[in-house]
Structure formats: structure tokens, C-alpha cells
Design a protein around this ligand. Structure first.
Ligand SMILES: [Zn+2]
Length: 138
């Protein structure tokens, strides 16, 4: 087996080293929750860009930085048939959201309420997300 090459880079958010192993994701995500391509956090509102839920919006319930995905409330639902576990219990169909690749979603700006790309602005140690449409902080 070929050994993995580790490239060092610096996280724009924490200023700590990032290891590029599979994706461009900061290994200190627990601290900074920063995903290189697009930094989204829980409770952000996003818009789906592709698929059957295209154009729909939803709130982020969970960010999965290792796989570069996010679980969005009410989007990319899959129906799962659950068998009755105990006797007398009924089997049921539950809809659960499946993780969406973060490249397929776009953050909706808090100020202009439009899906927009985000830039980064640094002030000392703090990093702000700045909307590229209205220059508002998010
Ligand atoms: Zn904006």
C-alpha cells in the first residue's frame, strides 16, 4: 500500500495546520467548524442547487466536515421502512434527511435573503463571512 502524502496548509479560520488527506478540510473542525470550499455551520439556511429539491431551502441540522456533507432539515429525504421491533408494534415509514454534498448547496445571506457566495474577512484573529452581493456579515 502506498503511504498517504500529507500536505500542510493553514486553515483560514483557525490559523492552525490543515492536512490535505482526502479533502480540503481543516482537521480542527471541532474548534472552527470550517470547511474549505464553503463554510457552513449548523443553523444556517441554505438553498439546494441540484436534484429534485432544487430551489428549496432548509436549515442545516448537522455538518459532517470529514465527508464534506451536511444534513439539511426537510431536504433530500429518503423513506425508510421500519419493521416492527416488538410484537404488537406496527411497522412504519419514516422520512429521514440524508446528507447532501456541500458543493450542491448555497448559503442564503442573512441580509439580502438571496443565495450568495461568501468571502472571508479577517479582523485580527476573528474571521467573518461576508456576502459577495451586499457585503453584509453573516
Ligand atoms: Zn447579502
Amino acid at each position: 500500500m502506498r503511504s498517504l502524502q500529507w500536505q500542510k496548509n493553514w486553515c483560514k479560520s483557525t490559523n492552525l495546520p490543515i492536512h490535505y488527506k482526502y479533502t480540503n478540510i481543516c482537521i480542527f473542525v471541532e474548534i472552527c467548524n470550517f470547511v474549505d470550499k464553503m463554510n457552513i455551520r449548523t443553523n444556517d439556511t441554505i438553498m439546494m442547487l441540484i436534484g429534485k429539491d432544487k430551489g428549496k431551502t432548509g436549515k442545516i441540522l448537522q455538518v459532517l466536515p470529514k465527508s464534506g456533507k451536511a444534513v439539511v432539515e426537510g431536504l433530500n429525504l429518503v423513506k425508510r421502512h421500519q419493521r416492527p421491533k416488538k410484537q404488537g408494534q406496527k411497522g412504519e415509514i419514516i422520512s429521514r434527511p440524508r446528507p447532501i454534498d456541500i458543493s450542491n448547496v448555497m448559503l442564503i445571506c442573512r441580509h439580502c435573503k438571496k443565495p450568495s457566495r461568501m468571502g472571508m474577512r479577517r479582523e485580527g484573529k476573528k474571521v467573518f463571512r461576508v456576502c459577495k452581493r451586499c457585503r453584509g456579515e453573516n
